[in-house]
Design a protein around this ligand. Structure first.
Ligand code: GDP
Ligand code: MG
Length: 167
């Protein structure tokens, strides 16, 4: 039997959400990724605890600021990736409100916090202890990742799938 999980990838624009989905589902990274019109999600199948899991990763078309659109996007979500960027302090400061928006729509679902673009270490605007503090306060597993260097991307989704199966 196969389990299918709708995963929403959430956060400010330009933190690397589309890139993360592309990387995980297609194994590619491009500097200027443009969403394919008409495609709502990409998927990847993995095996977790001897179970076949199909992860459907939903992407937004870069309309993060429009509440009406994001509401429809969250509907039926069973897991969530909250993403901020190493080089964008505002994206870190808004994580709370992204989490609240998702929760308001679908309640408490398996969620993970990701700091992307750790390859840009010299441009860091978020201190490690701040990021870890946020994860602790929100009681979320925290990953530092680089979609560009393919660091920790698989781990994020494996963790979510495991967490989902444990419910
Ligand atoms: P979205 O708006 O959150 O979907 O962000 P995008 O996926 O469109 O990425 C925004 C920009 O950040 C693009 O130019 C990506 O190539 C770049 N980007 C994404 N992930 C990384 C990363 O891990 N490291 C670096 N250096 N750039 C990244
Ligand atoms: Mg995008």
């Amino acid at each position: 039997m196969e389990v299918a999980i709708k995963v929403v990838v959430v956060g400010n624009g330009a933190v690397g959400k589309s890139s993360m989905i592309q990387r995980y589902c297609k194994g590619i990274f491009t500097k200027d990724y443009k969403k394919t019109i008409g495609v709502d999600f990409l998927e990847r199948q993995i095996v977790v605890n001897n179970e076949d899991v199909r992860l459907m990763l939903w992407d937004t078309a870069g309309q993060e600021e429009f509440d009406a659109i994001t509401k429809a996007y969250y509907r039926g979500a069973q897991a969530c990736v909250l993403v901020f960027s190493t080089t964008d302090r505002e994206s870190f400061m808004t994580i709370d409100s992204w989490k609240e928006k998702v929760e308001a729509e679908v309640g408490d679902i398996p969620t993970v916090l990701v700091q992307n673009k750790i390859d840009l270490l010299e441009e860091t605007v978020v201190k490690n202890e701040e990021a870890e503090g946020l994860a602790k306060r929100l009681k979320l597993r925290f990953y530092r990742a680089s979609v560009k260097e393919d660091l920790n991307v698989n781990e994020v989704f494996k963790y979510l799938a495991e967490k989902y199966l444990q419910r």
